[in-house]
Design a protein. Sequence first.
Length: 301
Amino acid sequence: MEFENNELIKEGFITQISQLSPLVKGLLPQHLHLTGQSFRGALFSAILGNKLELNMDEVQAAQLPELLALANYLNPPTFLPSENQPGDLVQSKAGSFAASYLHVQFSTILGLIGLPTPLIQELTVDGSDYALAQLRHLQLNYRQTLKVADYLQDQKSLIGQLGAITAKLAVSFVKTDAETVTLLGQIGQELALAVAIIKENEEIHDLKWLTDQIMRGSYPLLLLFTKEKDPKFFDHFFSQPKKPSKPEFEALQAHCLQAEFEAVDIVKDILRQVRLDLKILPAPLKAAPLLTLCEQILPEE
């Protein structure tokens, strides 16, 4: 699921990458795609009313969540089992050091774009909470007792937190009272979670993606739904001494796809609440662009 973005926001990301330390840029692939990036750009634009011209502070603010997303990309809270060759360990260490650099960059730029001091302090804490969410996710890795509720809280703390930070940054250029910033932060978090679920529903049709996720110990929502319905099947699948065969992964995929409607129902509930929250947006904020964003995620029935 991709969203249309303001050209200035897209160009700002390219500029930001070009200004990173060469040591960090050297760790990045030629074609970099950050999870949820297009949505966050669209969310930022929608809160500002989808205006075409953004000033430099606004463009820079739109890039701040991407620094945290980039830190997650370089130092992901999941890993693939391997024999841990020296080169793998070096690469892992390099990603960890680069992530620390990116968190410092986030805090530094946050103080340079003209935000009120209380909001800078709040967003600094939000950035730290995002790092802690990565740590919690790593601790959940390979834990086969994960429940649907655990998944939702985990995703709200990770991809949802980036949506909350994006929304708070955007609204700061329109209104800065604490109540409005909090409301938009909650809306941004919920919308980011909805997008993540829909995106995952699309990706789980790709057997290679599903296999990679399971080998990383990162269990999709559909797997958790079906695991609760048919625990014996999943107990057998995960208790094998060797990696399951392709036909076994295909059977697991078929089980997972049976829960698509349940995942979509969660998204419907999220968007239903967001649409209610948008009715109480204070002026000069406009609900229409955000309602359009809701429709792009999942059309209202």
